[in-house]
Design a binder for this molecule. Structure first.
Ligand SMILES: Cc1cc2nc3c(=O)[nH]c(=O)nc-3n(C[C@H](O)[C@H](O)[C@H](O)COP(=O)(O)OP(=O)(O)OC[C@H]3O[C@@H](n4cnc5c(N)ncnc54)[C@H](O)[C@@H]3O)c2cc1C
Ligand code: FES
Length: 301
C-alpha cells in the first residue's frame, strides 16, 4: 500500500508543470514588449520603504470602487504587480497597480475597514505606498483575452493597454454581480457580463468565455478576480488547450516573503506570485479550496 501511495505521489509531482521553464520561454518576448524580464523570476526581498503619496485625482469607478491617482511616478511597476498601501491608523493592504500613466493609480474597493479608509481618501490627502512588489503577468503570444471579475479587472485594463501599445490583439471580458459594480471598459473589444442581467450578457464571465474559446484561438487568457472564478477560467482554458495566467490574492501582511501569511501550499502569493500559470495553480491543492484569514485560520471558499 505504502509503495503504491508513494508512486502516485511521484506521478503527481511529475505531472506538475515546471514554472521556471515556462517563464524562461517568456523572457525574450518580455524584453521585446518593454517588460522588465528579471521580474518574471521570484521577486527578491525588497527593502523599499513606504513612499509618501498625495491623492491628485479621485474618480468613482462604480458603487464600491474609487480610482485614486497619486503623485507618484512608478514607471517600472508592471501589470500584475502590487503595492502595499497604508494610511496611518490602519494596517498596510496590498493593492494592484491599476495604471502608471500619467502616474500611479489604484482602484480600491470598499471591502472592510482598511480598504474603506483608503478609498475614502480625498484629493490632497496623503497615503503611503511601498513597492512595486510581486511577480507581474508575463507575455505569451500575440492574441490575449482578459477575464476580470469586479475590481480584479483593474490590473487587466493596464495589461491590455501595454499589450495593445505593443501590437498585441486584445479582447476583454469584464464581469460583475450587477451594473453598479462594473468596472470601466479597457482598450480594445470589451464584453460585459452581470449576474443579474442588469447590463451585458446575463450570467458570470463563463457565459462569454466558453463561446469565445470555442470560436477563436487565443494565445493566453489573463484573469484576475474571485478565486473560484479564476479556477473555472483556468479549467476551461486547460480543456481548450489555451494557456492561462491568474493573479492569486491571499491575505498578505509583509508583502515581501518574510511572514509566510500569504502561503497557498508552499507557494507565497507575494513573492512567487501573485501572477501564476493557470495549470500550476490548478495543481496546487489549496487553490480555490481554502484561504486564510487575518489570524491565519483556514477558511473554506
Ligand atoms: C496581490 C493583491 C492585490 C490586491 N489588489 C486589490 C486592488 O487592486 N483593489 C482592491 O480593492 N483590493 C485589492 N486587494 C484586496 C485588498 O487588499 C483587500 O480587500 C483589503 O485588504 C481588505 O481589507 P479590509 O481591512 O478593508 O477588509 P477586511 O475586513 O480585513 O477584509 C475584507 C475581505 O478581504 C480579505 N482581505 C483582507 N485583507 C486582505 C489582504 N491583506 N490580502 C488579501 N485579502 C484580504 C478578507 O479575507 C475579507 O474577505 C488585493 C489583494 C492582494 C493580495
Ligand atoms: S505576505 Fe508575508 S510572506 Fe507573503
Amino acid at each position: 500500500m505504502k509503495t503504491s501511495a508513494k508512486k502516485t505521489k511521484e506521478k503527481k509531482r511529475e505531472a506538475r508543470p515546471e514554472p521556471r521553464q515556462m517563464e524562461n520561454a517568456a523572457l525574450e518576448s518580455a524584453d521585446a514588449l518593454g517588460f522588465d524580464a528579471s521580474l518574471l523570476l521570484r521577486s527578491s526581498v525588497s527593502s523599499s520603504l513606504p513612499i509618501r503619496a498625495k491623492v491628485v485625482k479621485k474618480e468613482e469607478e462604480n458603487d464600491l470602487v474609487s480610482l485614486l491617482t497619486l503623485d507618484v511616478q512608478m514607471p517600472n511597476a508592471m501589470p500584475g504587480q502590487f503595492v502595499m498601501a497604508w494610511r496611518p491608523g490602519m494596517d498596510e493592504k496590498p493593492m494592484s497597480v491599476a495604471e502608471v500613466k500619467p502616474s500611479l493609480q489604484l482602484a480600491i474597493a470598499r471591502a472592510g475597514p482598511c480598504s474603506e479608509r483608503l478609498a475614502d481618501a480625498k484629493v490632497g490627502d496623503t497615503i503611503y505606498v511601498r513597492g512595486p512588489l510581486g511577480k507581474p503577468f508575463w507575455p505569451v503570444g500575440r492574441k490575449w483575452l482578459m477575464v476580470g471579475g469586479g475590481y480584479g479587472f483593474a490590473p487587466l485594463r493596464y495589461l491590455a493597454r501595454v499589450g495593445m501599445e505593443n501590437g498585441i490583439e486584445v479582447e476583454s471580458v469584464c464581469g460583475a454581480r450587477n451594473k453598479g459594480l462594473l468596472m470601466r471598459p479597457g482598450p480594445g473589444k470589451n464584453h460585459v457580463t452581470t449576474d443579474d442581467g442588469s447590463e451585458g450578457k446575463k450570467g458570470n464571465v463563463m457565459a462569454v468565455l466558453q463561446p469565445l474559446l470555442s470560436s477563436q484561438k487565443f494565445d493566453c487568457v489573463y484573469s484576475c478576480g474571485p478565486e473560484r472564478m479564476m479556477k473555472a477560467v483556468a479549467e476551461v482554458c486547460k480543456k481548450h488547450g489555451v494557456k492561462s495566467q491568474l493573479s492569486v490574492e491571499r491575505y498578505m501582511k509583509c508583502g515581501i516573503g518574510v511572514c509566510g501569511h500569504c502561503a497557498m501550499g508552499g507557494w507565497l502569493s507575494c513573492v512567487d506570485g501573485p501572477s501564476i500559470d493557470g495549470e500550476e495553480a490548478l495543481a496546487n491543492p489549496a487553490f480555490g479550496v481554502y484561504h486564510t484569514d487575518r489570524a491565519g485560520r483556514k477558511i473554506k471558499y
